[in-house]
Structures are given as C-alpha cells and as structure tokens.
Design a binder for this molecule. Structure first.
Ligand SMILES: Cc1ncc(COP(=O)(O)O)c(C=O)c1O
Length: 383
C-alpha cells in the first residue's frame, strides 16, 4: 500500500529515545524539550516556543492566554480540522464560522471585515460585540491550511482596527514562509501540531510560538499548571499540557531533517501538477492551491464543480484497489453536529469545495516510482 502520509523515522529518533530511558528523563523536563523548543522557535522565526502535548492543547492554551472566555466568539474558517473549533469550545466560547478564499483555501479577510462591519458594534467600553447575540468577539484565528499563509497584513489590520487578538492555527504549517520570511511574528501567537500525519511528528505534540516574551511566559505558566514555585502555590486555573521529553526526543530528530522533509513535500506537489496538468485541464480537474512559500503539507486533486462527496469517495475506493491510499479532506465545521448552531457567514465556497477534494499520497519518503504509480492510476480511474 502506498500510504497517504506516514512518519519518516529513519534519523536519530531511536538513539534519542534510548537516551531518554538511559537518563530517566521521560517526563516534561529534559534536554530534548529545551532543544525542541529552540529548534521550533528558530524554524518559525519566533523569539520562543512552548512545547505542548498536542496542537489542540496548544490552541486551547493560546486562546486562554489571550483572554477568550465563556460566552464569547472567536472567528475561524469553517473549512478547518475540527480541533480549531474544539479549542474554542474548551474555553467555553463559540466559533463564528466564515468562508474561505478559493485561491488559498484560507479564511477570507475581505469577508471577515464585511461580516464584522455588518454584525458588530464597538460599545462604550471600546469592546467589539456581535449585535444579534450580544457576545464579545474575543479573537480572530485564521488557519494556515495545507501550510499556505494567507494575506496576514489584512488580518493584522482587522485585528488592530477592532482591538482583537490575532491567533493562528498553524498546525500544518511548519516550514512555511510568507513574503520570504518565517511566520512567527505575523500573529500574537501561532500554534503548530506534531501529530502523526504532520510533516514533523513527535508521535503527538504541539507548540505555541510568537514574538512577545510576556505572552509566551504566560502560555508556559498555564501549560504547567500555573504553579508558582517552590511550593504548592498556583495563581490561576492551569493545565497539564506540557510535551514530554520522550515526545521531544522524536521531535528533535525530526527537526534535524526539516529542510529535506519540506523539499520532499514540495516535490510531491510539483510532481502531481506536472504529470497531471494537461490531462486534468480537459476534465476540469484542479490541484491544491500553493501560496508562495507554502510548506505543501498535503497534496492532491479537486474534482470539477458539481461533483459530490460520493464521487470523491468512489475514486478513493478505486485507488485503494490499486493499493494507493487516498482520502477526502476536512468536512466544514458548520456541518458538524456540535457546531451546527454557531453563527456563520455565507459558506458556499467551503460547502462546494470540501466534497470534491481527493488527498493523494505525500509521505516525505515517497519514491518517484510510487508517485508515478499514483498519477498513472489517477488517470486510468478518472478516464
Ligand atoms: C488545522 C488543524 N488544527 C488543529 C489540529 C490539532 O492538532 P493535534 O492533532 O496535534 O491536536 C490539526 C491536526 O490534527 C489540524 O490539522
């Protein structure tokens, strides 16, 4: 079977894991945690990183740190993995779901501004509220879908104009750049995931990065139970969300090979486009969008307008018969049971798009022969 995206663990992972056992440093303190944080900060252009047990706990910590509370709203794209919305609900708040742009599959900043203009008011206290439900708009959280960084100047301006914190779900974006620069300074906080299907994995894990030391110190504080050492004093309700040295040992070995992993991801994307492009054009089939500096986390094809989830599923089933793993992609949040009643904009782009996506194999160790087998099979099946 040619897998969709499997971990590539052929570096120093085993050696560093042995070291954790030999030194007994298996918990949340250890040299690998410190080293991993340094490497993640450096690779994202941040002044620091706080390693967490997962991307979801990283998002929950970041949103808590910027002040998201019960009964408030956080703006996110409806086209995202459900963890973006879950992290908001873990704060007791609701997602305000908005549509994406076709060109990058990320939250549309023009739509966000017009929705705020239409539905919000700044009251005498200087705070932005949703007029219909009376909830405070507590944060704006774009998602770097597929490792695409959208127009962050536009989002920064919206956040500044309306006085709301800007947090980014950068779960799939390790290695991405924006305008030739690393993304760590573009938002107040950005959050990465290192789960098993990400370009860099720790088995499970996440990190909160940014360029405001006080903010990062606070995130570190609340992820480590908000303890005030040396005694058993705690100054707020904290979480036990820190990454362990065992996870970080894998992460350090992975980060040593970040550049080659990103190259492999970009090569797979380029291969699919080059080999399928002229054939696809006739059929109205398109490709995953690639912004400048995209880290190309996943790659694949998009069936023509009018195709449905069942069509995409049929193609995936056929590919499976040829021992190729292919899948559909994120079902929008507004179509998920826990979030069906959340406020939302017009979401027609996300609604049409998600059903037509077919994600193709893009492991970092995929071979050219395997890529060829995938493109040959796609052509055969779709012809
Ligand atoms: C966009 C997005 N947000 C959040 C997450 C959650 O990360 P984790 O699985 O590490 O909790 C993921 C990945 O799973 C993701 O793809």
């Amino acid at each position: 079977m040619i897998s969709l995206a499997i971990p590539n663990l052929n570096g120093n992972e085993k050696k560093y894991l042995d070291n954790c056992i030999d030194t007994t440093f298996v918990s949340s303190v250890g040299e690998y945690v410190n080293e991993f944080e340094k490497m993640v900060a450096e690779s994202t252009g941040s002044i620091g990183a706080v390693a967490t047990s997962s991307g979801t706990t990283g998002l929950h910590s970041a949103l808590t740190s910027v002040g998201v509370k019960h009964g408030e709203l956080v703006i996110i794209p409806t086209f995202t993995f459900i963890a973006s919305a879950n992290a908001i609900r873990h704060c007791g708040a609701d997602p305000w779901l908005m549509d994406i742009s076709e060109e990058d599959w990320c939250l549309n900043p023009v739509l966000v501004r017009s929705e705020i203009e239409k539905h919000c008011e700044k009251r005498a206290d200087g705070i932005l509220y949703h007029k219909e439900n009376g909830k405070r708009v507590a944060a704006l959280m774009p998602v770097y879908t597929l490792g695409n960084v959208p127009d962050m100047e536009a989002f920064r301006k919206i956040a500044d104009d309306y006085g709301i914190p800007l947090v980014v779900d950068a779960a799939c974006a390790i290695g991405a750049t924006y305008d030739g620069k690393k993304f760590g300074s573009l938002a107040d906080l950005s959050v990465l995931s290192f789960n098993g299907n990400k370009t860099i994995t720790c088995g499970g894990g996440g990190a909160v990065v940014g360029c405001d030391q006080d903010r990062l110190d606070h995130v570190r504080h609340i992820t480590t139970t908000a303890r005030v050492w040396p005694d058993y004093d705690f100054d707020e309700v904290g979480f036990n969300y820190r990454m362990t040295n065992v996870q970080a040992a894998i992460g350090v070995a992975q980060m040593e090979r970040l550049d080659s992993f990103i190259d492999a991801k970009r090569r797979a994307r380029a291969y699919y486009e080059e080999k399928l492009e002229s054939w696809a054009q006739d059929k109205g089939i398109t490709f995953f969008p690639t912004t400048d500096g995209s880290s190309c986390w996943f790659s694949g094809i998009v069936l023509p307008e009018g195709a449905h989830l069942e069509d995409a599923k049929r193609v995936c089933a056929k590919l499976k018969e040829s021992e190729i793993e292919a899948r559909s992609f994120w079902k929008p949040v507004h179509l998920q049971k826990p979030y069906a009643d959340c406020p939302k904009s017009d979401v027609s782009i996300a609604e049409s798009l998600w059903q037509r996506i077919i994600t193709l194999p893009c492991s970092t160790n995929i071979t050219e022969a395997e890529l060829k087998k995938v493109t040959d099979s796609v052509i055969e099946i779709l012809n």
